[in-house]
Design a binder for this molecule. Structure first.
Ligand code: SR1
Ligand code: MG
Length: 435
């Protein structure tokens, strides 16, 4: 890590970045060749930062620099550069806990809010692959290992109370990023907010109904409080399919700038929500009816497998690696104690499942009515087709948040999704053959 003086920050566009990298002997040697020959391309398509791919004669690197504002909106929305520090810290921690599942860190400059990582190639952003209808055989195994290990080993089940509280303190300053989540996910979609948008006019009535739905407001408020006041583990904080890069054989989790100590279900729910959105959007990407049926079946199998494998791996860690101050072994002696503790583990996992389902619902609704949408839906060109896909996702999301008794297990979530596959919302009743 390079620690330049505070106040040294400047936005590095291509020429300045070339000079900066040329002045870092390790990086220059890694890239190879003359700095003038390096190809530098800005590829950032996220909402917040600059991302450059730099390719030299020998190798390539990825360079990420935080901007002092939200890229998606512009300078009118300032955002602390310190998010780059928290992202670097989280990536370092995740690399220890889930080796091989995050990009290798090569360099960090605190004052420039700049981090250099290995270039992931030929990996692509998973969301883009899902839009194209691609299946990823390694995904379930890798993402569940990532979540089980990063969540378990930063929790009170694995760490002493002192270590855990040091961890909370180390990330407590990332509150500006938490506030984005608190506003954009847990508040704005349920009220009139300038930055909200949706597929109008088709979803106008649904948007209005969200603002009027007090049961939904209770549900989202409970989830918001859980997000704000449950430092269970170091969570990624933005674990959607745009934060995951994949090939057939590899998975890498990127972009943990929203990391802080929060509720585990927020990460697991993010993965499940984004798979469910890929499922509902899929019909909108078909050139012929039924063309993507096998892909859609794989997506729902993956939703089930993500929960089942995550839960299995997390519980296995709890049984074999528990070294934290929670659930002291001395309180569960002998066979009777072991049996009672195992029953408690199962009950604990059931509570985490309920959190996961609720957060997944919230993460779906924000992508359809809030500021930041996703390409799963946005790339459906015909707004009528898009609105139908989105309405199906919202219907399931509301059930997941409010009618929790209908979602006692992951199979009931995927069954409900399947039932909604051909459901036609009221606004589309006279449109004929859309599906
Ligand atoms: C203003 S930032 C909007 C969204 O982009 C990030 O990826 C997070 O999901 C955030 O909520
Ligand atoms: Mg991001």
């Amino acid at each position: 890590m390079t620690g330049s003086r505070a106040g040294d920050y400047r936005i590095l566009h291509e020429a300045a970045l070339r000079d900066y990298l040329a002045g870092q002997p390790d990086l220059a040697a890694l890239l190879g060749g003359e700095p003038a020959s390096w190809a530098i391309t800005e590829v950032g398509d996220g909402n917040l930062n600059l991302v450059f791919i730099v390719t030299g004669g020998r190798a390539g690197i990825a360079v990420k620099q935080a901007l002092p504002y939200v890229r998606l909106v512009g300078e009118s929305w300032p955002l602390p550069l310190s998010r780059a520090h928290y992202e670097y810290l989280a990536l370092s921690r995740q690399a220890q806990l889930a080796p091989g599942l995050v990009p290798a860190l090569l360099h960090h400059n605190e004052a420039l809010a700049l981090t250099v990582m290995e270039l992931l190639t030929p990996h692509i952003i998973m969301r883009k692959g899902l839009v194209a209808g691609t299946r990823y055989p390694r995904f379930t195994g890798d993402i569940t290992t990532f979540m089980a290990r990063t969540l378990f080993f930063t929790s009170d089940l694995a760490r002493s109370a002192a270590e855990k509280k040091e961890g909370i303190a180390a990330f407590a300053g990332n509150h500006a990023l938490c506030k984005i989540t608190e506003d954009l996910i847990f508040t704005d979609p349920y009220r009139i907010a300038e930055q909200n948008r949706w597929t109008a006019p088709y979803l106008d009535a649904l948007a209005a109904s969200l603002r009027d739905d007090m049961e939904l407001h209770v549900a989202i408020s409970r989830l918001k409080l859980k997000f704000m006041a449950s430092p269970e583990a170091l969570i990624h904080g933005d674990l959607h399919t745009g934060s995951i890069m994949v090939t057939d054989g590899e998975t890498r989790v990127i972009d943990p700038e929203f990391a802080f100590y929060g509720p585990m279900g927020f990460d697991v729910g993010a993965v499940i929500a984004n798979l469910l959105m890929a499922y509902f959007a899929s019909a909108g990407h078909e050139r012929a009816p039924g063309e993507r049926a096998a892909f859609e079946a794989w997506v729902l199998e993956t939703v089930e497998a993500v929960w089942n494998e995550f839960s299995r791996k997390f519980l296995a860690l709890w049984r074999t690696e528990a070294a934290g101050d929670a659930y002291p072994v001395s309180l569960f002696p002998g066979e009777k104690g072991a049996a009672r503790l195992e029953a408690e583990r199962q009950a604990w996992m059931q509570r985490l499942f309920a959190d996961t389902v609720g957060f997944a619902g919230a993460k779906t609704i924000r992508r359809i009515f809030g500021l930041a949408h996703n390409i799963d839906f946005e790339l459906i060109e015909d707004p009528k087709v898009r609105a139908i896909s989105e309405a199906r996702a919202v219907r399931l999301a509301r059930t997941m948040m409010v009618e929790t008794a209908k979602c006692p297990d992951i199979g009931s979530v995927t069954s409900a999704a399947r039932e909604l596959h051909n459901w036609m919302p009221e606004f589309s009743k006279d449109w004929g053959a859309y599906s």
